[in-house]
Design a protein around this ligand. Sequence first.
Ligand SMILES: [Zn+2]
Length: 277
Amino acid sequence: MLRQVAEGVLVHESEFCQSNAVVVQGRAGVLLIDPGVQGHEMACLANDLSDVGHTVVAGFSTHPHWDHLLWHARLGEAPRYGTARCAAVVRARLSDAGAKARVAGLIPQDIAERVPLDLLGLIAGLPVETAQIPWDGPNVRIVEHQAHAPGHAALLIEERGVLVAGDMLSDVLIPMLDLNGTADPIEDHLAALRLLEGVAGDVDVLVPGHGSIGGADQVHARIDQDRAYVHALRAGHAPSDPRVGPSAKPGWEWVSDVHNGQAQRLAGRAERAATFG
Ligand SMILES: [Zn+2]
């Protein structure tokens, strides 16, 4: 089911982690951002698009995590893009023979069989500092930042007032920091939030990679909520955050484990720094 969230911008929500695929109507076809997760859902999306005469002319993955890198044959053979850094990470992680088995091991077992990996990660990196997605449609500004995953990009569809946030600014998922290979994941995440805050004034509709779509009032509220979480994490405090603990939405109780995991890893980093620094 495609739901219109702004003129020419539609969202298809997956049963898996409320993942949002975003369709942007262009002149000759549509841009498809983070297409979806389960095969039958992407096939359904392909049907919905062809029913109204739309073909996919471009794809974009917001970051190099498996649930944002999928594709279905029925969606066609349009070029698929990501930032240069995103594509480089995908290339590095998927280049060896055992890569797909490794990815399959990351997928929750109850849906693993329904996630088609044959077209996983076939994206081309856009040149470094590309400002907009190259396609024939409304301008889609690439707001790249260092948070959650290397080469993570939010997309601002300026003429439509829509911010596609990737795995930032969710109402159900806490900020999940990129704890691998970055010197200061806390500061990186805060810098990314400042960057998003800088474009927030142009946003009427916020579409997170997972979770509920928000209106203009939600943009600053979610930035503030994410910042408060990251500050609590940095201070080593238990966050007072509705996404963690008993107030988590039904089905999202595991987010508390994500929080505990990253709190522990950050404490480990601090200890190592004190020992070796
Ligand atoms: Zn995700």
